[in-house]
Design a protein around this ligand. Structure first.
Ligand code: ZN
Length: 484
């Protein structure tokens, strides 16, 4: 993680350098001269192809057809499940039919969590059922469920400050209400209630754990997502209430009434289950061993059909690769599409990829994942560590500017979650920041379905990915300090 932090610091400093140097204009004029000599960066021909790809994408791509096919013919595809295996079969068949090179699955083993049954109800003072779902990884309750009073905490911080033993034998509830943002940057802060909360509650003596969904909608769709039990602390069942149901609990509790409730979860873990990453490529014409990675994760949560998370990313990146291939273009380097397995349960596919490709990581030029739904791109960032990388980044940004996409800096590590293990191994990343104001309305809910996606917005993303993947792959530009 310190490596990741270092990279983003670098990015910020570089953005400030541009500001001090009089902005992008200076660098762009420097670019024109390099492009004219053809000595480095993107050639005029390469830039012309990129422009054609962009324009073609904006008139319509296969992205919507791909995500519709995946979410209809496979549906939900929980990591390590038979459904995720069907998703791999779907991907292999689809990628082969599209005529890509190197189509293959790279399997790995994992412990697969399964949801069987779940529910919750208020027993007193006002008996009624609640819309609730188990967090991914939750241990089951006894068959009769957990019966107890609720200890209400407004924020996770309040729970952290509660004295040891103060919630013994009770169900700890944490509100910690998330608000919508364009870039989803508050998710990391708010989802700690989901990931770390169960063990914090258990360390104070709680027998069960309940959160307000980490989500921004006001519908009765609870949001699931992974929890992370801490070693050495009892594992307690953990669930999320939909936002209106969380309001209900808070209203009753504010009335000074003790809320007495029952919650039940039936779940299990299957050891040594199969998962895998699916790969397809356009082979590089001159330096096939140099890899530009694009992709998305193939698994999804089990409640919806995983259209925005992350069928959209699968559609966008697969369509971008298809666009380049169908234009008859062969880039200098290889463009590799990776459809990662088991992202939702802890980036297991990404970690397996890093292990399986350890020897080739130095030749991974740059990577970018699409994993933030189907909204349009509005900002572009990259953690380039070289001048020539910065220059090519600005060429990409320049081509995407007419689409309303501006280059920017960012405090977050770039590239998407499945690239974190590669970032830690020194692989540079680029990120297409999508407008995610409605992303957390649907994220990890039963309402994550394909009707929510907009084909034109997906095409907008395809254009951005195609321009990026093509220009980097067709160049000999390095983004790593000290490389070459
Ligand atoms: Zn995702």
């Amino acid at each position: 993680m310190s490596q990741v932090k270092g990279d983003s610091m670098h990015l910020r400093n570089r953005a400030m350098d541009w500001g001090r140097a009089g902005g992008v204009g200076l660098i762009l004029s420097a670019l024109v001269s390099t492009a004219a000599t053809g000595a480095e960066g993107a050639s005029r021909e390469s830039l012309a192809h990129a422009k054609t790809l962009r324009n073609r994408a904006l008139t319509g791509t296969s992205a919507m057809t791909i995500v519709t096919s995946l979410t209809t013919e496979v549906g939900p595809r929980l990591a390590g499940s038979d459904a995720e295996a069907r998703a791999r079969a779907w991907a292999l068949q689809t990628l082969t039919a599209k005529g890509f090179a190197g189509v293959r699955s790279e399997p790995f083993e994992m412990d697969a969590w399964q949801r069987h049954d779940e529910g919750a109800e208020i027993i007193a003072p006002y008996p009624q059922p609640l819309a609730v779902t188990a967090l991914g990884g939750s241990v089951p309750t006894p068959e009769t469920g957990l019966l107890g009073t609720v200890a209400v905490f407004e924020t996770l911080e309040d729970l952290k400050r509660a004295p040891a033993g103060s919630v013994t034998g009770r169900i700890a509830y944490v509100g910690h209400a998330m608000q919508r943002t364009q870039d989803g940057s508050s998710y990391g802060y708010f989802n700690e209630a989901r990931t770390a909360g169960p063990s914090i509650a258990a360390s104070k003596g709680a027998m069960g754990y309940l959160i307000r969904s980490v989500g921004t909608d006001s519908h009765r769709f609870p949001h699931t997502g992974s929890l992370r039990y801490q070693e050495g602390i009892p594992r307690i069942p953990a669930m999320a209430l939909s936002n209106p149901d969380a309001d209900q609990i808070e209203r009753i509790a504010a009335d000074k009434s003790d809320v007495r409730m029952r919650m039940w979860v039936d779940s299990s873990e299957r050891p040594a289950a199969q998962s895998g990453n699916v790969i397809a490529e356009i082979t590089g014409r001159e330096a096939p061993e140099e890899i530009v990675v694009i992709g998305a994760h193939l698994d999804s949560w089990d409640l919806g059909t995983g259209a925005i998370d992350d069928g959209a990313g699968v559609g966008i990146t697969m369509a971008a690769l298809e666009l380049i291939k169908d234009a008859g273009l062969a880039p200098r380097r290889t463009i590799r599409l990776v459809l990662w397995g088991a992202e939702e349960v802890g980036l297991l596919g990404a970690q397996a990829y890093r292990k399986q490709h350890e020897a080739a990581l130095a030749q991974h030029v740059i990577g970018s994942e699409s994993d933030f739904g189907g909204g349009r791109v509005w900002k572009l960032t990259a953690d380039s560590q070289t001048e020539e990388g910065d220059a090519l980044f600005l060429e990409i940004a320049n081509l995407l500017a007419p689409m309303g996409i501006a280059p920017g800096s960012d405090d977050q590590p770039g590239g998407g979650p499945d690239l974190y293990p590669l970032i830690a191994a020194g692989v540079p990343t680029l990120r297409m920041h999508q407008d995610g104001r409605d992303y957390f309305d649907l994220h990890h809910t039963a309402d994550d379905t394909v009707d929510k996606l907009d084909a034109a917005a997906l095409d907008h993303n395809v254009a951005a990915f195609a321009v990026f993947a093509w220009l980097v792959a067709d160049s000999d530009v390095t983004f790593r300090a000290g490389a070459q």
